[in-house]
Ligand binder design. Structure first.
Ligand code: ADE
Length: 227
């Protein structure tokens, strides 16, 4: 999968993809992330990409022309399946959306700043608008990093153990069960006996029960969507 990202803060997007699972995904050529600096398509020699908003009010708006030129130029070399704008007024990201996007080949992500991007770019190019939660970030970059991570780890072959993404929280609308590692007893707290017994059928049943209980307590809304 190729993911292109247009931003005015490319430095913010360096580190998230240079470590751990995202690094491995790229090394295995399962994922390619290319970050493009919007200033390359600035309207003048001062690197201008934003301007005051019509109607007045505080905050700059990212202009149509640089964004349009960037999108057109990148689209000439790749046919994007989706052009996604990260914005707090988008649809809230969830596992279902991440699963669906992980099946695409080419994604283009647009990161907004200040007051956001000119509405006409949204109308003309954007196919999907995604928020990572009901709070406002300083820009779309950290949201883009979250989205790439959520998608990238789902690509076949990225996680060592092929099944491990399937047992994540949310994959079946249930939260994950508790997990333990050595030592067997720590500060008087013991690992549940069932996990030490080696009976995998019983362990699976216990984990499922724990998942259900945890979901009931913490996210009962998720259970409403299980048939
Ligand atoms: N840009 C600013 N805040 C955001 C959010 N919550 N989600 C996605 N993009 C954003």
């Amino acid at each position: 999968m190729n993911i292109d990202i247009i931003t005015i803060q490319p430095e913010l997007l360096k580190s998230p993809f240079e470590h751990s699972i995202m690094k491995r995904a790229q090394e295995k050529n399962l994922l390619s992330v290319e970050v493009h600096h919007l200033r390359k398509w600035a309207v003048n020699e001062y690197g201008q990409v934003d301007d005051y908003q019509y109607g007045g009010g505080a905050g700059m708006v990212m202009m149509c022309e640089p964004l349009s030129k960037a999108i057109e130029e990148l689209s000439a070399s790749r046919k994007f399946d989706e052009i996604i704008y990260l914005t707090p007024d988008g649809k809230t990201l969830n596992q279902k959306i991440a699963n669906m996007l992980s099946l695409k080949n080419n994604l283009l992500l647009l990161c907004g700043h200040y007051k956001g991007i000119d509405e006409r770019i949204r109308q003309k190019y954007v196919t999907r608008e995604i928020s990572i939660g009901d709070y406002v970030l300083s820009g779309g970059e950290l949201a883009a990093a979250v989205l790439v991570d959520a998608i990238g780890r789902l690509l076949p072959g990225v996680l060592g153990d092929e099944t491990s993404a399937l047992t994540d929280s949310f994959q079946d609308n249930l939260l994950a069960p508790p997990v333990y590692t050595r030592p067997e007893e720590w500060e008087g707290l013991k690992v549940p006996d069932i996990l030490m017994g080696g009976n995998h059928k019983k362990i699976d049943e216990w984990r499922y029960e724990q998942s259900l209980q945890r979901t009931r307590e913490r996210r009962p809304d998720l259970l409403d969507s299980i048939e």
